[in-house]
Design a protein around this ligand. Structure first.
Ligand code: FAD
Length: 392
């Protein structure tokens, strides 16, 4: 019989890994477990908020998976000892190795007042889909002169530059459609990804429109009141017309119940094989992982998926796994036709995925508009390429 590898979660990480496994060894039986009929991609979803793009451009149906067995159900439990996965309908399936790629859960227990009901009034829009459209519609309904507040979470979280790309594109929308409005970023941090590039671009494109309040100036939101759309900080209250609350996060629920998440809520892994530090024969990839300098991005998820697939394919055939080298590039749009990026290279060192010194870099701080235009075009090309590779 063929060795059976199960992948849970059909996002950038899991779908990439299932394909790579089959590509590396046609004689593996590969099963992908994913309950949704279509994937809604987060990259470029900030452009949807700003009315620059339709949600259909973010939607990818799971119908191009060839000889990978696709099970459209939720996995509800993992028995690591007996190596079995239980599905929502009570069925259970055995594996020789399991890859967990469940992405994130928003923590509805971490910010007083912010639960699932509050998210229907103060959307997080940190999983693309209904939440993205809710925030878009709230922005569209807001009168000119309104105050939009975005609350950014502490590290680590999905997509480090994401809140600031979002602030930029919301500012673009306000500048062009509601110029008397204002955007306040309440931040639980004192620094953020590509900060100097973002701040320089904000000054150039949106002077006076965006106010960033860092942790040390009272930016950390400690409580919210959805009834009045109020965000509470140690330095006072802020009332919003539209509030986008991005709460703290952790690995997707199945990682907690499989016993691969630690007290941080994230999953520690061996950086060579992506095997869990806590359970044998279970590998974890994508946003659910903690273990070094690699940011939580779709680009990283795809790179980790390929490295993990190579390790799993080797281990199943009792061959030693190779040392991986992984690349990440995160593009952000500051405005239509205005892109910036940051890139890094990562490899195992001292048990973690460490950044290779001097191998990465960010866009130049001073550059003609043509460079920003090129990077915006590269961002689009990257999205087209990765989504066609991963979702067919
Ligand atoms: P996900 O994409 O969340 O996939 C997880 C999948 O697992 C889902 O399909 C889910 O249905 C499934 N699942 C969960 N639990 C179960 C279960 N129990 N059983 C079965 N299936 C399950 N990244 C970039 O590289 N570039 C960008 O420009 C970029 N922009 C972003 C902008 C925003 C606003 C946001 C929020 C994120 C952005 N990201 C970007 C980050 C990127 O979206 C994530 O890093 C990426 O989606 C992580 O992939 P993943 O496969 O780990 O998780």
């Amino acid at each position: 019989t063929q060795p059976h590898v199960i992948v849970i979660g059909g996002g950038f990480a899991g779908a990439s890994c299932a394909r790579a496994l089959k590509r590396l060894d046609r004689d593996l039986a590969v099963t992908l477990i994913e309950p949704e009929a279509a994937y809604l991609a987060c990259p470029f979803s900030n452009a949807v908020l700003a009315g620059l793009r339709g949600i259909e451009a973010q939607t990818f149906r799971y119908d191009q998976f060839g000889d990978i067995a696709l099970i459209r159900k939720r996995a509800v439990a993992v028995d690591a000892e007996r190596r079995r996965v239980r599905l929502e309908d009570g069925t259970d399936i055995g594996y020789v190795r399991l890859v967990l790629a469940p992405g994130i859960d928003l923590r509805f227990d971490a910010l007083p007042g912010y639960d699932e009901a509050a998210a229907a009034i103060m959307p997080h829009a940190w999983k693309a889909g209904a939440q993205t459209l809710l925030l878009r519609d709230q922005l569209a309904a807001m009168p000119d002169g309104g105050v939009v507040i975005l609350s950014a979470p502490p590290n680590p979280f999905r997509c480090p530059p994401g809140p600031y790309e979002r602030a930029s594109l919301i500012a673009h929308y306000l500048k062009t459609s509601k110029p008397r409005s204002k955007l306040i970023i309440l931040d639980a941090k004192d620094a953020f990804s590509k900060q100097r590039l973002f701040e320089a671009a904000w000054q150039e494109l949106y002077p006076g429109l965006i106010e960033w309040v860092p942790l040390s100036s009272g930016g950390r939101v400690t409580e919210v009141d959805p009834a009045t759309r109020t965000l509470v900080t140690e330095f006072g209250n802020h009332k919003a017309d539209v509030a986008n609350v991005i709460p703290p996060q952790r690995a997707g629920g199945i990682a907690q119940s499989a016993g691969v998440a630690d007290q941080t809520g994230w999953c520690p892994i061996d950086p060579v094989t992506f095997e869990s530090r806590l359970q044998p024969a279970i590998h974890v990839i994508g946003d659910a992982v903690i273990g070094g300098a690699m940011p939580k991005s779709a680009f990283s998820a795809n790179a980790q998926a390929k490295a993990c697939a190579a390790a799993v394919a080797a281990l199943v055939r009792e061959r030693p796994p190779a040392q991986p080298k992984l690349i990440n590039t995160c593009y952000s749009l500051v405005a239509p036709g205005y892109g910036i990026s940051i890139a890094g290279v990562y490899q195992p060192r001292d048990g973690l995925l460490a950044e290779v010194e001097g191998a990465g870099g960010a866009s130049p701080l001073e550059a003609p508009l043509s460079v920003r235009e090129l990077e915006a075009a590269y961002a689009e090309d990257w999205f087209r390429t990765i989504t066609s590779e991963v979702f067919g």
